[in-house]
Design a protein around this ligand. Structure first.
Ligand SMILES: O=C(CO)[C@@H](O)[C@H](O)COP(=O)(O)O
Ligand SMILES: [Fe+2]
Length: 252
């Protein structure tokens, strides 16, 4: 059976002047995780914030008691040098470090401080490094990237080098409030067919209008930014997203 729904509101759509309160309120309204979008202005044409801000907002939310527990900080790293920031984000309180496949394979060495090699690293090595630093590891693919690049990574006999979650982007990364790309859902269908128990996250344009398609494909980790933070009743939206996913468990 596919894993249960995990609803992860993207705080990119929250009021940044009240970020700590937005985080604790959203968990109180029924969210499981907080999806924290980290953008470096290089991998994507937008910037958000770094580890010091994560440290501050972490103090507003209890740490999860186990893997995938309530309050998990799901950090979506839209950055060109994913290896460089692993230690800082672990210290800041990130629980799940989700890097982009495209960044790992294209990393270019920039002026990284001593001891924080930014040299090109393979996705498998990076997953191992994230695990060795005590976090779960996610791997994300942009719309133009085929999921075929993931089979070798997901089928790796070395467990420490296997990701704990795959994120299929359903918009081009960089901004909240974009339109959902249903064209990406065959990737989710294929992943779910091959890996019945794998947490599969979808991110971008998820709402009460688009959740049925994503849930039918087999997604169980649902990121929603504008749909949650723009709602009159965020708790009701979270509940409906959860029902759509859990209502399909065992039927996929
Ligand atoms: O990673 C991203 C955008 O790059 C997302 O996490 C968005 O922040 C989701 O926002 P909505 O599309 O749900 O408004
Ligand atoms: Fe995201």
């Amino acid at each position: 059976m596919s894993p249960p729904a995990i609803i992860a509101p993207s705080i990119l759509s929250a009021d940044f002047a009240e970020l700590g309160k937005a985080c604790s309120d959203t968990i109180a309204q029924g969210a499981d995780w907080l999806h924290v979008d980290i953008m470096d202005g290089h991998f994507v044409p937008n910037m958000t914030f770094g580890a010091p801000v994560v440290t501050k907002i972490r103090s507003h939310v209890d740490r999860p008691t186990g893997a995938y527990g309530k309050g998990t900080f799901d950090c979506h790293m839209m950055i060109s040098e994913p290896k460089r920031w692993v230690r800082d984000f672990q210290k800041a309180g990130c629980d799940l470090y989700c890097f982009h496949y495209e960044a790992a394979v294209d990393s270019t060495a920039a002026d990284s401080p001593a001891g924080t090699s930014s040299a090109k690293t393979s996705p498998k090595e990076l997953i191992r490094f994230i695990h060795e630093n005590g976090m779960q590891a996610g791997i994300a693919v942009k719309p133009k990237t085929s999921v075929d690049v993931l089979w070798d990574i997901l089928d790796n006999p070395e467990e420490v080098e296997r990701p704990d979650m795959v994120l299929v982007m359903t918009v081009e990364p960089g901004f909240g409030g974009q339109s959902f790309m249903a064209s990406e859902l065959p990737k989710v269908t294929e992943l779910r067919k091959r890996y019945p128990e794998l947490p599969i996250e979808v991110d971008g344009g998820l709402s009460e209008k688009t959740i049925d398609q994503a849930a039918d494909a087999g997604a169980n980790v649902i990121v929603a930014g504008s749909a949650v933070f723009g709602a009159a009743d965020p708790g009701d939206v979270i509940k409906k997203l959860r029902e759509a996913v859990d209502g399909r468990r065992g039927k996929l």
